[in-house]
Ligand binder design. Sequence first.
Ligand code: UGA
Length: 435
Amino acid sequence: MRIAIVGAGYVGLTTSACLVKLGHKVTCCDALEDRIEKLRHGRVPIYEPGLEDLLKEGIASGDLTFTSCGRECVADADAIFLAVGTPSLPNGDIDLGQLENASRGIAPHLKGGAVVIVKSTVTAGTSSRIREVIAETRRSLDFSVASNPEFLREGSAVDDFMCPDRIVFGTDDARAAAIMREIYASLSEQGVPILATTTTNAELIKHAANAFLALKIGFINEVSDLCERSGGDVTAVARGIGLDKRIGQNFLTPGPGFGGSCFPKDTRAFAAAGRRHGTRQALVELLIERNELRKRRLAERIVAEAGLRRGSRVAVLGLAFKAGTDDARESPALPIIEHLQRAGVHVTAHDPQAGENALRQNPAIELAPTPYEAVRGADALVVLTEWEDYAVLDMARIAGMMRGRYLFDFRNVLPIDQKNRHNFHCIRLGRRSFR
Ligand code: UGA
């Protein structure tokens, strides 16, 4: 099938490369000409394991092309995926501006019978709105819309696309449903469950799934606080509850709060949709509030327990919102660092991938090339991303380079325990601290 993808961001590129792998011919377009130029030469603007190789394979086979021209992208396409940004508005709702502009941009070039598929994460009713926008430009065009939410995690997007737990698509007519089935035929033959439903249901599934996963994280974070106070160990507790199949082991790791470009934005949008429809999503509203509070409390704890004052030095290990990505969007590290800086603390940070992206949001962070350089002369060390590199650090060397003895492991990754503590005051999440 000939497929067009509008938007060469993380979702658009993963979808493009993987659909070629599923046997389709794909053209991906984006208004950013220099991005398209780089992509034509196989240079990928984001860090996503496996993506660059897959894109290069697609380009070499001739089945994947890039263009900055909307007409060239969509004119021959049977299916057009819209994978553009849907940022938050101040009230938490999503801004449909990019999606509406992209729809207006492609409308004049669509061929009869084409299916326009909303891949971007949107609230219920958006696909119908996109249908209206296109119909305003092309009154007599026979076309369909569909909703096909993605469930890709950054850092494992290619695997998540090729081996998904399920594929969800929503359509409101038989032609669109048939096209959607054809797109994913090879995955369905491999036994991947397909849920075919309405566009509104598909949109709701995406937001409800992310809200539910975020609730799991919010829950274990609070259980973790209780473990700490009552002498328990959250790892054992999470395992014990997770062995119940109804609960499951995944997404029960405590941390400094969920971040990234999805959970914070999607929970806000879900809560906003509840308010708009007069049926408050009170659990999710509270979750958002507690997630914000968590970051503030952890920052206050660092200052108080380590006795930091103006001129103190803190080393932060980890700026990405999670390991395996260069993305620092809504990373819990950023508000925690800002809090420390407001208290007059100098922050030196290390991250294997996300340093530059974090620096763009907070130029006052001093970046260090290695974890050891970051801790030189520090009064306290704070771990905020669970990179594997930090699990193999030489703690004796770290102890020798620091000025102070405070260690806040908010991802429970450092290779340190009570018997081998190198004289550190060690504060860990959901476990007994030792000093
Ligand atoms: C998330 C979902 O997992 C994907 O299924 C979804 O497709 C994607 O959003 C999206 O909507 O596009 P992602 O944002 O890449 O994927 O990251 P996650 O791996 O879900 O982690 C989100 C945040 O939760 C991170 O800050 C992570 O550190 C935190 N987290 C996750 C925890 O604190 N504990 C956990 O047990 C799991």
